[in-house]
Design a protein around this ligand. Structure first.
Ligand SMILES: [Zn+2]
Length: 449
């Protein structure tokens, strides 16, 4: 029997909501909480951030406080600007709002588009990330009686903050390095864990591998898989396959390195990810093209914009995170009143075919329905830097063995993409070894002129 807000089979009697006061309050109460935090934050920024003091002045904002209701009057912040702020006064930049000796933890970004950037945290900031992350992971159904095998690396990256979160929840933690599939399989077969944290690509890879090597349903103790790091765990074709093969409930989480590494968590009702940053982060939804504010209500699709309400060291205002989300609504059977959403794609990955906006994750949803003839991975090949793409759009679809694949398969996938997504694709079947690094994250778009 499933009880509301709990994983199937979870018979514990603890409250399934970590921070009941914040997570169940009305929109008005949440707004009031955020508005009072923002009032202090605005002052903090004007007094201590040369970066924002100048940015606001350039935007014509005076010394008078801008209320949360009017936050859309403030300019957006981009990743590029934040990087420039770091470069202008290394190592912490012109948006460091505390004396450097109060910086007690420093993470780095991967630096895929240049030199790594740094993220500075005070002791309170570190705790804030842990609080928000704890709400997030607790929402997925991880309790103190859970045993969690995590493949999120520690290292320099914010994903490592998950280790503080698991420790705060009080569950058993079984860390494994990203990409160490053999050790994951050992851990699961040995019964060290009932919960797996990983990217959806990795969970899918694991499911494919188990499907091949042990067709009879395994006797794993695994009951719960939490996916994060990329969209996928919320795509029905991908989720259903992982759940069926591994016999576990799939939920997903999402965070933004510059804001909070875990900020949204899906509860076992599987109706989208709950916003878990109440009181610490303010979220707006804006039109992806005009960037005009939109109401956060069921069915709305827009870009998520984030503002730190309590961050001390490097607070960010109206950060354009680049994630396009669909709002699924609120409240939820689990009891939370916070809004739920699903990410439908990265703004940078979007392209336009004959006037229609396409996100590569939509292609994954179509390709996934062809399992087991495909592995579930696919990517779009972009031949130019233009957002507009002329059909047919080149799409590579991974198959276990291209030689053995049904010669009609490519044509069938092309037809399905055409009928579901209304554009013509040219599908190439690529065998597993040729598709590259299986397992960790799948790049949905590859530029290949
Ligand atoms: Zn819920």
């Amino acid at each position: 029997m499933t009880r509301e807000g709990r994983l199937p089979g979870d018979t514990c009697d603890r409250d399934p909501i970590w921070d009941r006061e914040v997570e169940t309050e009305s929109h008005q109460q949440a707004f009031a909480r955020a508005a009072s935090a923002w009032h202090a934050q605005f002052r903090h920024l004007m007094d201590h951030s040369p970066f924002y003091a100048r940015k606001f002045r350039d935007a014509g904002v005076g010394e008078a406080p801008v209320s949360l209701k009017n936050i859309a009057r403030l300019p957006f912040s981009t990743k590029q600007e934040l990087k420039q702020a770091i470069d202008a006064a290394p190592p912490f930049g012109t948006n460091l709002c505390v004396p450097a000796e109060q910086v007690k933890r420093v993470y780095q970004t991967s630096g895929t588009t240049g030199a790594p950037s740094v993220l500075a945290l005070t002791r309170n900031d570190t705790d804030m990330w842990t609080v928000v992350g704890t709400r997030t992971y607790f929402a997925t159904g991880i309790h103190d009686h859970s045993s969690v095998l995590t493949t999120f690396g520690a290292g320099p990256f914010v994903a490592g903050h998950t280790h503080f979160v698991l420790s705060r929840i009080g569950c058993r933690s079984v860390p494994v390095a990203p990409g160490d599939t053999d050790r994951v399989i050992f851990g699961l077969e040995a019964g060290l864990a009932d919960t797996l944290l990983g990217t959806p690509s990795f969970a899918q890879y694991l499911a494919n591998r188990f499907e091949k090597s042990r067709p009879a349903r395994s006797t794993l103790a695994l009951t719960h898989i939490v996916t994060g790091g990329e969209p996928g765990g919320g795509i029905p074709a991908i989720r259903d396959h992982i759940q069926t093969v591994l016999g576990a409930t799939v939920t997903e989480v999402m965070g933004i390195g510059d804001i909070a590494p875990s900020l949204f968590g899906e509860c076992p009702e599987q109706q989208g990810m709950h916003f878990c940053g109440g009181g610490h982060v303010w979220v707006e939804l804006v039109d992806p093209d005009s960037r005009e504010p939109m109401a956060i209500e069921a069915g709305a699709v827009g870009e998520l914009v984030y503002t730190h309400l309590s961050r001390e060291a490097m607070p960010i205002v109206r950060f354009l995170g680049g994630d396009i989300a669909r709002i699924e609504g609120s409240p939820c059977a689990c009891g939370r009143a916070t809004f739920r959403m699903r990410v439908i794609g990265r703004r940078d990955d979007m392209f336009i075919v004959r006037g229609v906006n396409v996100y590569p994750s939509a292609i994954l949803a179509v390709v996934g329905t062809f399992r087991p003839r495909v592995t579930g991975r696919a990517r779009v090949i972009r031949e130019t830097a233009d957002v507009s793409v002329q059909p047919p759009v080149p799409v590579e679809v991974e198959v276990a063995d291209a030689q053995a694949a049904d010669p009609r398969l490519a044509a069938e996938i092309e037809a399905a993409i055409h009928s579901t997504l209304v554009f013509r694709a040219k599908v190439d079947l690529v065998p597993e070894p040729g598709f590259g690094e299986s397992g960790y994250k799948t790049r949905l778009t590859v530029n290949r002129p």
